[in-house]
Unconditional design. Structure first.
Length: 301
């Protein structure tokens, strides 16, 4: 049994967020670790990239999450930090369906470790549509969960750089002709009219607002991921005692139950420490020992 089963009990961790992610993350970390989340003050995490794309993400998800967490640690004067990044589009395993990847990183500068966990978001309302002001959109709005889930509207075809947006712009947060955080039908109709008027093709592009505070579905994914991260931080390395023991990679090659050919399915999982080189190879946690012939390159070429 570990001598320090909850190494972060009673400690504080700085959370870098502009979008109320503490509502999803804080309860999970308190339950798993006894760790209190502190919102880092006066942060502009949008400078590292935005979902709407007017500020592109400069690095990959992990690099950006680490940079964001360090912003929070500096602002809050704490040696522990946490941040998350998300990416949405075609599902990574089922391309014809929408999906996403959520990544959450935890930094402990006292121990010199960085721990991250990822989650494939199967449940998401991620979607978009190009419409003219008179088009019927009720089916789309129902499908994406509006108005409990916010929307973003922009011109379908952006005008040239420097073009005036005019005096009669709709109320809301407007950046580069983008109206974000739309949660009422009146605001949505006004944003569509505005975007269509500005657009070179007379149409508006509607998309789901994937920022956490505008998307309860994403909030649920973040809560699940925070629980996953908390459970990992509660596990200590059997070799050096550092928290953060967990799965670090997989080995593919699960054999077909019909012909024995190795497939692309996971054969074993590799668990490791974030502080030392200790590694352990373990069987799949679901107990699966053979792959279906449907996954086999020989039986189902």
């Amino acid at each position: 049994m570990s001598a320090h089963p909850l190494p972060y009990r009673g400690r504080q961790v700085a959370l870098a967020t502009m979008h109320r992610k503490d509502e999803a993350i804080a309860p999970a970390l308190m339950a798993a670790l006894g760790l209190s989340v502190v919102n880092a003050p006066e942060l502009d995490t949008d400078q590292l990239g935005t979902f709407a794309g007017e500020i592109p993400r400069r690095g990959n998800m992990l690099d950006t999450a680490i940079a964001k967490a360090r912003m929070g640690m500096e602002a809050a004067w704490l040696p522990l930090g946490i941040a998350s990044e998300g990416s949405f589009g075609p599902h990574p395993l089922i391309p014809f369906f929408p999906g996403g990847i959520e990544l959450m990183v935890f930094i402990d500068d006292e121990r010199g470790i960085v721990v991250h966990e990822t989650l494939v978001a199967d449940e998401t309302n991620f979607s978009h549509r190009v419409v003219a002001p008179a088009d019927a959109i009720d089916d789309f709005l129902k499908r994406v969960g509006f108005p409990t889930h916010g929307l973003i509207v922009r011109p379908s075809v952006e005008p040239s750089v420097g073009a005036s947006v005019g005096a009669s712009t709709p109320a809301g947060a407007i950046h580069h002709n983008i109206v974000k955080g739309i949660t009422t039908r009146a605001a949505l109709d006004a944003a569509i009219e505005f975007a269509a008027r500005v657009s070179l093709d007379g149409k508006a592009h509607i998309e789901t607002d994937m920022r956490a505070h505008m998307n309860p579905t994403r909030m649920r994914s973040l809560a699940t991921l925070a629980e996953q991260l908390g459970q990992r931080l509660a596990e200590e390395c059997t070799a050096c005692g550092s928290p953060g023991w967990g799965r670090v990679s997989v080995i593919k090659g699960l054999r077909c139950e019909e012909c024995g050919t190795p497939t692309e399915m996971v054969l074993t999982e590799v668990f490791g420490c974030v502080a030392c080189a200790h590694r352990e190879e373990r069987p799949r946690r679901d107990g699966l020992t053979y792959a279906s012939p449907a996954q086999c390159p020989i039986c189902n070429p």
